[in-house]
Design a protein around this ligand. Structure first.
Ligand code: GA4
Length: 334
């Protein structure tokens, strides 16, 4: 689990860590128990032997790199993000900025090609590669959600996975591209102690994901950090592993489990030496889904923590707020 091995004295502290790791070749009972525990304690775990073919991953990595190497004017044909499409630096609509470029798509197969078609002559190939990736990763997301349903002892173990399998699911896929920058010296990365440190350059600022779960994979370049569950001033760097997926609990899963599983706050920092690229699948319900604590998660001692909301309502509110806002707090029951 997370082992604290070094602490840096400054406004923010960075500690080194190991994220709970789950091997999908383990016996199912062992894997689902550890998965639930990781989601309760940290809101994140890593899966290895996940079954997503190497070729599918290599293809999206290659096509993604090709896209971000295009001239800016070509990339901009898929933007500005509304919120889908190509974006650079600007995140959302309320002044959040990050040191990154990105592509954000709805996972509906035709929408990906529609966004890309005027950007590059390889748009069709790129959109096919993204669709292939989404198919496999959606399947992995549903398997993991079913294991979580079993681990939580739900009567209908497919409660979560059904929401993502729905033909109208609002799932998204995102490619984040963080060009390396000289600004993140060893001091800023928290490796060397320095006075008056303003902290590292932020690629994507501190936030929790609004959806059910997120499946993130990146190249071998470090950058993802999670906020310590025990101390919000401590950021835990996640060791990169290009062969694994990092799975994190989103706000909707926290709400449906009545707060038992916790959506982890995380951020991405920019690497000094190497360009980082991550591919992220956000498993979501349909817009009209009513999200509410499951009856099995509500007891006399643990009454309804959140009021019911539709996914559409949550989205509307989240787009009116800054990235770092703790949105779920606005949905606490009276
Ligand atoms: C965070 C998680 C996903 O990347 C995302 C982001 C979305 C966006 O980039 O358009 C948001 C952010 C994310 C939450 C608050 C709002 C919306 C930017 C922002 C400031 C695609 C999502 O679903 O929510």
């Amino acid at each position: 689990m997370v082992a604290i091995t070094s602490v840096k004295e400054s406004r923010e502290r960075v500690v080194s860590s190991d994220i709970p790791e789950i091997d999908l070749q383990w016996k199912r009972d062992k894997a689902r128990k550890l998965m639930v525990r990781a989601c309760e304690e940290f809101g994140i775990f890593k899966v290895i032997n996940h079954g997503v073919p190497k070729e599918i991953i290599e293809n999206i990595e290659k096509e993604g790199k090709n896209f971000f190497s295009l001239p800016t004017s070509d990339k901009q044909k898929a933007g500005p993000p509304n919120p889908l499409g190509y974006g650079s630096k600007q995140i959302g609509y309320n002044g959040d900025m990050g040191d990154l470029e990105y592509l954000l798509f709805h996972t509906n197969p035709t929408s990906i090609y529609q966004r890309l078609r005027t950007t590059t002559k390889d748009a069709f190939k790129f959109s096919c590669v993204v669709n292939d990736y989404v198919d496999k990763v959606r399947k992995l997301a549903c398997d993991l959600l079913e294991m979580l349903g079993e681990g939580l002892g739900l009567e209908d173990t497919k409660t979560f996975s059904k929401l993502v399998m729905d033909a109208e699911s609002d799932s998204l896929v995102r490619l984040n591209y963080y060009p390396c920058c000289e600004g993140n010296s060893k001091e800023k990365l928290g490796i060397i102690k320095k006075k008056d440190d303003k902290g590292p350059r932020i690629g994507f600022g501190d936030h929790s994901d609004p959806q059910i779960i997120t499946l993130l994979r990146s190249n071998e370049v470090e950058g993802l950090q999670i906020q310590s569950p025990w101390d919000s001033s401590v950021w835990i760097p996640v060791k990169s592993d290009a062969s694994a997926f990092f799975i994190n609990v989103g706000d909707a899963l926290q709400a449906m489990t009545n707060g038992r599983l916790t959506s982890v706050r995380h951020r991405a920092i920019v690497n000094t030496q190497k360009t980082r690229m991550s591919t992220i699948f956000f498993a979501s319900p349909s817009l009209q889904t009513l999200i509410s604590p499951l009856p099995e998660m509500v007891t006399h001692e643990k009454p309804h923590k959140y009021r019911p909301y539709t996914w559409a309502e949550y989205k509307r509110i989240m787009y009116s707020l800054k990235l770092a806002t703790n949105r779920l707090e606005l949905f606490l029951s009276d």
